[in-house]
Design a protein around this ligand. Sequence first.
Ligand SMILES: Nc1ncnc2c1ncn2[C@@H]1O[C@H](COP(=O)(O)OP(=O)(O)OP(=O)(O)O)[C@@H](O)[C@H]1O
Length: 302
Amino acid sequence: MPAVVARGLRKTYGDVVAVEEVDLTVDEGEVVALLGPNGAGKTTTVELLEGHRTPDAGEVRVLGHDPRTGGRAFRERIGVVLQEAGFEELFTPRELVRLHAGYYPAPRAVDDVLALVGLEDKADARVRTLSGGQRRRLDLGLGIVGNPEMLFLDEPTTGFDPSARRRAWDLVDALRGLGATILLTTHYLDEAEHLADRLVVVDRGRVVATGTPEQLAAAAGLATVVSFRLPGGASAGDLPALGDGVRVSGAVVEVRTRTATADVAALAAWAVARGSELEALTVARPTLEDVYLDLVEEATGP
Ligand SMILES: Nc1ncnc2c1ncn2[C@@H]1O[C@H](COP(=O)(O)OP(=O)(O)OP(=O)(O)O)[C@@H](O)[C@H]1O
């Protein structure tokens, strides 16, 4: 059974259509990243799945529960890191983690949580003295203290310094290793690429694409580029049949192709047969940023 099944989810705030129609499935143990421009409806989607908001239309099941009516049995099985959380400023991280541990039947040990999010040194400092990134780590700690089967992370590493981000990634990887299902939102494409099994691109309240970065690139029709320098004495007409578009500029050949493996094999065989070296040979795939911008620009189009 998938951990999340949402069909035809819709949520409006007055005249604003935050989520127009979202269909989403997350398998058990899968890590899925929601990507999309500001205001695309990512947070609202996550809030609908967590049960913090009621959809105007559509159906949602998370771990087999309706999030709105699942009650304690549901809450005990999920962990939530919201985009903005308020803390009791006079408490310490240790006190807050201990307090939250009390809400769950099988919580993680308080010290383990503080160590996992890298707050050992600040465990007994008052929250009001923590930096923004340290507060965000505390958010993350409170999200995982209950040992959740399903974790919702809304922009979990915003404000983190690079080493804290790397540590948070390690934490998510570790949780994945323990079998947790994770749905996260992020604006960091490298984070999505590093953490997620699958990306879901949301724009204007709809899912516009889903898949691995490679699948998204293929669906967007962005080809791989194979480029090399023509060996001395050879002309473009001597080359084997290659890819979709062969562009020759001076001695440099660029091939846009969706069959890069076969093309590189054909090229290598051709070069070896004539005893040449293919100088400056590169095979580059479009970056996730190329793919993302292509998808989002297309969806928001002129
Ligand atoms: N409580 C609310 N009341 C009114 N409008 C809201 C509310 N929450 C969100 N919206 C609107 O709904 C739309 C979607 O917002 P949402 O926060 O879901 O987007 P997002 O994709 O998470 O954006 P971001 O990347 O900026 O966090 C936006 O136009 C936003 O202004």
